[in-house]
Design a protein around this ligand. Structure first.
Ligand SMILES: Cc1ncc(COP(=O)(O)O)c(C=O)c1O
Length: 328
């Protein structure tokens, strides 16, 4: 990622403030110890108006990530939805938006124990195109297996989408770029395929899909779940299983999935072409179907879309949300 376009407004603890004013004290707990949890969700422009993709699941994961790290906040999902709708509208993001809710520990205690530091909630939205570059969705990306392993299940919990977890992702990404790859593939400490630095992974072999079974080493992606269901809708068999590293090199197709990455083909791993070295036919089918559902061009049979249009009746939502305050 090469920076993001600053928008005008950010929602900070119930108030809409200017981008430049959404600042934190350097002694905030999160700065020292990575004590934040966050979400990444997309809002797509559809013919039916702006739509959040899987709003309920993203907000449930935010709440659960917070719970794992013993953080609570009192805003309801509906209050946050109203605040996000208003923020997208005020920032004029008519072509769709990437939505980043953040729950973090502010300034309180100086030591590691987070419980003495207050919990703050922020909402940020901006326009974010193809995460892995403009050509990635069509031409695919190169990936390298990382020498950094994903966290073991009994270290820091990967079920939580927590800021601190991303130090591992950052090391993977730095190494990948230094070695000339677009993206990294992380292995578990057992040496099995886990995930990318910010995406889950699928392999295609003999017309069937394989993705790592939930083993406590990767984030349980909402796109991963969507792709499993889409593949099943398309009549494809999906295996959630243990995947050895070498399966990567003999896969017919590989693709990454995630909110930011959507469905991105992987054209090579460790400088070895996967299949034809181009986006494969099953990847293309999944990608097209996923995008059609997200953009409201295919029936929303699983009820994944929620309107992101501002209801004028809901104006003042942030003022109402402010009254509820933040949890500690
Ligand atoms: C480490 C990691 N794995 C997987 C994913 C994919 O998750 P989701 O599909 O819910 O965005 C993400 C992105 O959020 C991620 O950061």
């Amino acid at each position: 990622m090469s920076g993001f376009p600053a928008t005008e407004w950010i929602w900070a603890n119930g108030e809409v403030v200017r981008w430049k004013d959404a600042t934190l004290h350097v002694m905030s707990h999160v700065v020292h110890y990575g004590s934040s949890v966050f979400e990444g969700m997309r809002c797509y422009a559809t013919k039916q108006g702006p739509m959040f993709f899987r709003y309920a699941e993203h907000m449930q994961r935010l709440r659960e990530s917070a719970a794992i790290h013993r953080m609570t906040y009192t805003y309801t999902d509906e209050e946050l939805a109203d605040a996000i709708r208003e923020l997208i509208d005020r920032n004029g993001l008519t072509k769709g938006a990437y939505v980043r809710p953040i729950v973090l520990r502010g300034i309180g205690a100086a030591g590691v124990d987070p419980m003495g530091s207050p919990v703050h909630v922020y909402l940020v939205v901006w326009e974010w195109g193809a995460y892995l570059g403009p050509d990635a969705l069509e031409k695919g990306v190169s990936a390298g297996v990382s020498s950094w392993f994903r966290p073991a299940p009994n270290t820091h919990p990967t079920m939580a989408k927590a800021g601190g977890n991303y130090l591992n992702s950052s090391l993977m990404k730095i190494e990948a770029h230094n070695n000339g790859y677009d993206e990294a593939i992380g292995l578990s400490v057992d040496g099995l395929v886990s995930e990318g630095s910010g995406q889950n992974i699928f392999l295609v072999k003999n017309g069937e899909l394989y993705t790592p079974e939930i083993d406590g080493t990767f984030l349980q992606g909402i796109t991963r779940d969507s792709v499993i269901r889409i593949a099943e809708d398309l009549g494809l068999t999906v295996h959630e299983s243990r995947i050895p590293r070498e399966a990567l090199y003999v896969a017919d197709e590989i693709f990454f999935v995630g909110t930011a990455s959507e469905v991105t083909p992987v054209r090579s791993v460790d400088k070895w072409d996967i299949g034809s070295g181009k986006r494969g036919p099953i990847t293309t089918r999944i990608q097209e179907h996923f995008m059609a559902v997200a953009r409201g061009e295919a029936p929303d049979r699983h009820g994944w879309l929620t309107s992101a249009a501002v209801s004028r009746r809901g104006e003042g939502g942030s003022a109402r949300a402010k009254k509820t305050g933040v949890g500690a």
